[in-house]
Design a protein around this ligand. Structure first.
Ligand code: G3P
Ligand code: CA
Length: 266
């Protein structure tokens, strides 16, 4: 809570690379994480889900069809949901060609591989529990993963960006995760109605809505309860400037390099 910015301190805005630097490399791959570093971001957002055999993997959609060649490799399957494939099956998929043939060797990473790559590049992580209602107990599994990688749980030094933020559109899942990892900042994706913000402020650290759904008054209302606001997915410089003017604490963008330039200019 100490990290909540005072009005006008624009240098403290956190630039988050959305699904990695996903404008430049296939989302939620190790290449997209590395690209985020190359483009100057210090914090990377990715999405976590679970395979049929219980492995945590980085993937946005709940099906594999948009961002892999799953229908070619496994034609005629009744389901292409992440939850209906084993990790070994998913490992066979090309997770990059849909974006550009140059990325044809990209695979769907496990969360552990994502963490290893992030650490190697000294990047912070904003992890979204994606559709956790499909994966009962995923919060505990994610918490166990971080306990096995305890460097992620060391609090950031004063004035530094958190190493790890966990967020979800499923606020109950975020609460469960918070109870398991109480020292890790947790964010609620979406717009929390103003009258409900005080109740969530008992445990949540951030409210993270679409930039199209909020204004300066909403940001002020969240700040008044001691929480931060990170907005997604802000790809146009004009919208980045508006978000900054509205007083947000973080901006999530597919173009972290453009965002950093705009932040530096404001
Ligand atoms: O981090 C916020 C953003 O990722 C939420 O939307 O659909 O890209 O996961 P989505
Ligand atoms: Ca996400």
């Amino acid at each position: 809570r100490d990290a909540v910015r005072s009005g006008g301190d624009r240098t403290a805005i956190t630039a988050v690379a959305h699904r990695g630097a996903s404008a430049y490399a296939p989302e939620n791959t190790l290449a997209a994480i590395e690209e985020a570093d190359a483009r100057g971001a210090r914090t990377v957002e990715v999405d976590v889900q679970r395979t049929k055999d219980g492995h945590l993997v980085l993937m946005h959609d709940t099906t594999l069809t948009r961002t892999t060649n799953v229908t070619s490799v496994y034609p005629g399957r009744a389901s292409y949901r992440v939850a209906d494939f084993t990790l070994a099956e998913i490992r066979r998929l090309d997770a990059g060609s849909w974006f550009d043939r140059a990325y044809r060797r990209e695979r769907v990473p496990t969360l552990q591989e994502g963490l290893d790559t992030l650490r190697r590049h000294r990047l912070n992580l904003m992890l979204e529990l994606k559709s956790p209602e499909l994966y009962p107990g995923i919060e505990a599994q994610v918490a166990d993963t971080f306990r096995r990688n305890p460097r992620w749980l060391v609090p950031a030094a004063q004035g530094r960006e958190p190493r790890l933020i966990i967020q979800s559109f499923n606020w109950e899942s975020a609460r469960i995760s918070h109870d398991l990892l109480p020292d890790v900042p947790h964010g609620l994706l979406g717009v929390v109605p103003r009258d409900q913000i005080p109740a969530y402020a008992d445990w949540a650290d951030q409210i993270n809505p679409s930039h199209t759904r909020i204004d300066a008054g909403y940001v002020d209302a969240v700040h008044a309860e001691g929480l931060q606001v990170f907005v997604y997915t802000v790809n146009e410089p004009a919208a980045m400037r508006t978000a900054i003017a509205n007083g947000v604490d973080g901006i999530i963008s597919d173009y972290p390099d453009v965002l950093l330039k705009v932040i530096a200019e404001e």
